[in-house]
Design a protein around this ligand. Structure first.
Ligand code: IPE
Ligand code: IPE
Ligand code: MG
Length: 237
């Protein structure tokens, strides 16, 4: 049972920093190291798609100072990491409503996604100002626009056509969804794309996540039986 797509809700940076009597942003900085090792471990495992939740559409509601530090960190990390990632065969892709970011950051994200490596080993989607409900709503809007223009398309508007308007339309569905930080919720991440994902809620705080914690999830995934509505007997037949 091979894994095509891992998605991660990288949670727990703030608590990690608080435990060390440091400001929350110290935890976000420390989280970059985990991002790096997770990307490397994913490439090494031969898994072709990785989606990381870096900033939700609801995270704008955080204190202004924390939001602005996060924006700085995104800008610096994209600048610093992109060439090395490309050299390792990682193609970057940003998903979410990017229009709310500063022009400078939008330009950096655009440029980073254009610099595709010659041979892509991993497609790395970074979800920023992303929300699963937003994704579904924007797809619905695109479908409405199409049907308004060409009403004869309505009978053909099914699951597949609809999904072709979502972010990650051309990518496999999420096989493994990991949330670090111990909370048991999806927090408006890939709602549609995770419909049949195996979910792993891990207590480890994101800055402590590394290759071995990822390997442990992969091993546990291998022991799960994905039934997709069928019975165990059918799966094992
Ligand atoms: C996740 O860590 C990072 C972002 C949401 C940007 P948190 O900042 O949510 O950390 P906790 O949950 O407060 O510990
Ligand atoms: C989810 O974490 C978003 C990201 C990891 C980017 P949050 O910390 O924002 O989620 P809630 O608020 O605890 O649900
Ligand atoms: Mg959190």
């Amino acid at each position: 049972m091979s894994i095509q797509h891992i998605a991660i809700i990288m949670d727990g940076n703030g608590r990690w920093a608080t435990q060390r009597n440091r400001p929350r942003t110290f935890g976000h900085q420390a989280g970059v190291k985990s991002v790096r090792s997770t990307i490397e471990a994913t490439v090494k495992s031969g898994i072709p798609y990785l989606t990381l939740f870096a900033f939700s559409s609801e995270n704008w509601n955080r204190p202004e100072k924390e939001v602005s530090k996060l924006m700085d960190l995104f800008l610096k990390s994209i600048q610093k990491e992109t060439p090395e990632l490309n050299a390792k065969g990682v193609a970057l892709n940003f998903i979410g409503d990017l229009s709310r970011f500063s022009e400078k950051l939008q330009i950096k994200m655009e440029a980073a996604s254009q610099q595709a490596p010659e041979q892509v080993r991993l497609t790395l989607n970074i979800a920023v100002n992303y929300g699963g409900r937003w994704d579904i709503a924007q797809a619905a809007k695109q479908c409405c626009e199409k049907v308004l223009k060409s009403p004869e398309l309505l009978p053909h508007l099914g699951i597949e056509e609809f999904a072709s308007h979502l972010c990650l339309a051309d990518q496999p569905a999420v096989d493994v969804l990991i949330r670090t930080g111990g909370e048991h919720r999806i927090s408006n991440f890939l709602l549609w794309q995770s419909a049949y994902a195996e979910i792993f809620f891990e207590d480890v705080l994101w800055p402590d996540f590394n290759e071995s914690t990822l390997q442990s999830v992969i091993e546990r995934f291998m022991n799960r039986e994905r039934r997709f509505g069928q019975t165990s007997e059918q799966i094992n037949a």
